[in-house]
Design a protein around this ligand. Sequence first.
Ligand code: SF4
Ligand code: SF4
Length: 328
Amino acid sequence: MSTKPKVGFYWCASCGGCEESFVDVAEAILDLAQLVEFAIFPVAMDFKRQDVEALDDGEIFATMINGAIRTSEQEEMCHLLRRKSQVIIAYGSCAYSGGIPALANLVSKEALMKYVYEDAPTVVNPDHARPQTETLDQGRMATLPEIREMVRSLDQVIEVDYSIPGCAPNPKLVLAALQTLLSGERPPKGAVLAPNVALCANCPRIDTKPRELSVKAFKRPHLHEVDPDTCLLAQGFLCMGPATRSGCGEACIRGNMPCTGCYGPVDGILDQGAKILTSLASLVEAHDEAGIDHAMEAIVDPVGSFYRYGMAKSLLRRKIDLPTPVAR
Ligand code: SF4
Ligand code: SF4
């Protein structure tokens, strides 16, 4: 029987890119496989829930869980993995702060289901059928997980020891995190295992970012030529670098695209969207309301721009449908 520490990967509501990113460490994964035994790893190996249930509590050394939490099955798996693991790491933006799936919190579950199963242009569903959690089919009961009212981050469901943000995370961060933990070192509980500085600090364009910056009108990158050497914010593109944690290797900036904020905020920032909004508001060069409207009109989806990855952990968290007032 192997005496190597067991490591797990699991995914919930996500695109799968986080686990793919880990596979991207390429041959380094073979070095890691010398040190650990995988206990669950959906993208690469065939484990079943029963395999995890058969383990002793705490038998897994560390489990990286990616994806937001929306269904009853995801909740059950997260509670199970919490019980079986000494360390739980929220891996990637969706587990860390809700990510793209949490933008669904902008509509109620009922509105979401109605659109997907009834109103979307490609749907043909004359009976308005919806998925059921239990269906008797030829004498056998078929079950489906229940979809919860809202999307949550992992720490809103189970206790999380550490987080590694990113969409997807830089695999070097998870390798470094595992090496640190395997060496016996334990960062302070709750730590985000990525540098605690804003992306601008490591940006190759930082020398072209003026100390006094003003923007007359924001621009959308697909509609304008982007200078590959100059600060994107100085060019008028919405770059979330000032309000985003470093650690990705400035991937988008080096690809000549503005940062959209996937590493979340640095420590101490409660709400990344509010932080970038206040920074941008102070940059806008406008003297009246029309000037402000003109400056902001290229930001066509403010919530999707400022809260693209962090809706579940934001102060807004979700939209609530209030009952229509009754006319008297
Ligand atoms: S605003 Fe964006 S482009 Fe400019 S220095 Fe910061 S991260 Fe780099
Ligand atoms: S530049 Fe910004 S959006 Fe792009 S990977 Fe880095 S943190 Fe994420």
